[in-house]
Design a protein around this ligand. Structure first.
Ligand code: SF4
Length: 379
C-alpha cells in the first residue's frame, strides 16, 4: 500500500423499512445481524489503520446510519477516532433520516467531532412522502432539522427528490421554498429513477403508477438554479447546491478522483490507481472479516484511457467543468455546444444546465467516442 488516502467512507447497511423507490443495498435493522456487522466493521478499521493516510473528509452513509442504537454508534465513532489520523478541520458528515434520530444520538455525534449532517427529507409534502414510502412526515422532517441546529451543528444538508409521480411544478417549488426557509447550508436534489426490483418499478409495470412526462421533469430541473440562487444557494454540481463555503468536500474528492477508502458492505475504494469494493452481501463481508481478512473484490487497475473517461464523466458533473487537452474531444464537445448542451472555452469544457439534465446520455456518447476514436487514444 503506497499512496495515502485523505477521504474515508463508512457504510451502514440498515434501514427501518425499505422505501418504495430505493435501489441501494440495505436491509431491515436486525439486532443480531447488527452485532455481527459491528464486529466486522471494527475489525476492518483495525486492519486498515496503518495504511498511509491523513483524513480530511469522512462520511458515514447508508442505509440509515441513524437507525443504529447510540451505544453501538459510539463504538464505531470511538474506533474511528482511536485508529485514524484526522486533520484539525476535518469535514465529518453523517447521514440521518427523520424518524430515527434522537437528541441523545445527535449530541453523541457532536461529541465525536461530527460537524456536518445530511438529512434525507426528500419532500415537504406528506402526500409525496407517503408515495415514496418514507417512514417520516413533514413535521418530523422539520423537527429533525431543528434538533440538529439546537445541538450546535450548523452545517446541514438536506436531500430532495423531483420527478415524483403526482408531483407538480408548484408542489416541487413549495418543497424548495420550505427547504430554503430553514437554516440549512446545502441541498442535494435528485431525479427519481425507476430502479430495478423496487416496489415502484412493479407498480409502474402494472400500470398503477403513471410517470411524469419528460417536459415536466425538465421544467422542474431547470427552475432549480434560479430559484435557489435567489435564496443564496449556488449550483456547483449536477445535483448539488450550497451556500458559498459549504460545498461537500467529501463528494468533491470523488469527482476530482482523489484517493479514498470505503469501509462496510458494498463500499467502494480508490487507492493506488485501483478501484475495488467490498461484497454487497453483508454476510460475505462479515465472513471475510471474521477471519481477519479484508473482503475486497473486483480489484481493477485504472489505465490511461480509463483515467481519461473517469476524468470526463466525474469532472463534468461539476459546474466549473474540466480542462481537456485532446483536440478531438474538444471538437466532440463543440458539436454538443450547438445543441445547447455544453460550453467550450478554449480547452475548458462545461455542461450547461440542459446538458446536466441529459448528462447520462452525454456520458454514454463520450465514452463510446473515446472507445472508437484512435486519435483520442494517441493524442
Ligand atoms: S432510507 Fe434511504 S437507503 Fe433506506 S430504504 Fe429509504 S431510500 Fe433506501
Amino acid at each position: 500500500m503506497e499512496s495515502s488516502f485523505s477521504s474515508l467512507y463508512l457504510h451502514i447497511p440498515f434501514c427501518i423499512k425499505r422505501c418504495n423507490y430505493c435501489g441501494f443495498y440495505s436491509l431491515p435493522y436486525h439486532e443480531e445481524i447488527e452485532a455481527i456487522f459491528l464486529s466486522a466493521i471494527l475489525n476492518e478499521i483495525r486492519l486498515t489503520k496503518d495504511f498511509p493516510h491523513l483524513i480530511k473528509t469522512i462520511y458515514i452513509g447508508g442505509g440509515t446510519p441513524s437507525c443504529l442504537p447510540a451505544s453501538n454508534f459510539e463504538k464505531i465513532l470511538e474506533a474511528l477516532q482511536k485508529n485514524y489520523k484526522f486533520i484539525d478541520k476535518v469535514e465529518f458528515t453523517v447521514e440521518i433520516n427523520p424518524g430515527t434520530i434522537t437528541k441523545e444520538k445527535i449530541n453523541l455525534l457532536k461529541t465525536y467531532g461530527v460537524n456536518r449532517i445530511s438529512i434525507g427529507v426528500q419532500s415537504f409534502l406528506d402526500k409525496e412522502l407517503s408515495f415514496l414510502g418514507r417512514i417520516h412526515d413533514v413535521k418530523e422532517a422539520i423537527k429533525t432539522v431543528y434538533m440538529v441546529l439546537n445541538s450546535g451543528i450548523e452545517n446541514i444538508s438536506i436531500d430532495l427528490i423531483f420527478g415524483i409521480p403526482g408531483q407538480t411544478l408548484d408542489s416541487f417549488k413549495f418543497s424548495l421554498n420550505v427547504a430554503t426557509s430553514l437554516q440549512i447550508r446545502h441541498i442535494s436534489i435528485y431525479e427519481l429513477n425507476i430502479e430495478r426490483c423496487t416496489h415502484l418499478e412493479k407498480k409502474v409495470n402494472e400500470g398503477k403508477v403513471r410517470l411524469l412526462n419528460e417536459k415536466v421533469i425538465e421544467q422542474m430541473y431547470m427552475i432549480i438554479p434560479e430559484l435557489l440562487e435567489k435564496k443564496g444557494f449556488y449550483k456547483y454540481e449536477i445535483s448539488n447546491f450550497a451556500q458559498k463555503g459549504f460545498e461537500c468536500l467529501h463528494n468533491i474528492n470523488y469527482w476530482l478522483r482523489g484517493p479514498y477508502l470505503g469501509l462496510g458492505p458494498s463500499a467502494h475504494s480508490y487507492l493506488n490507481k485501483k478501484r475495488f469494493h467490498n461484497p454487497v452481501d453483508i454476510f460475505l463481508y462479515c465472513e471475510s472479516l471474521q477471519r481477519n481478512k479484508l473482503s475486497w473484490i473486483d480489484d481493477c487497475k485504472i489505465d490511461e484511457i480509463d483515467e481519461l473517461k473517469e476524468k470526463i464523466i466525474l469532472g463534468l458533473r461539476m459546474k466549473k467543468g474540466i480542462i481537456i487537452n485532446k483536440t478531438c474531444l474538444i471538437e466532440f464537445f463543440k458539436d454538443l455546444e450547438n445543441f445547447g448542451l455544453t460550453r467550450v472555452d478554449y480547452n475548458r469544457v462545461y455542461l450547461t444546465d440542459k446538458g446536466m439534465l441529459l448528462s447520462n446520455e452525454i456520458f454514454v456518447k463520450v465514452l463510446s467516442h473515446i472507445e472508437n476514436c484512435s486519435v483520442c487514444k494517441q493524442e
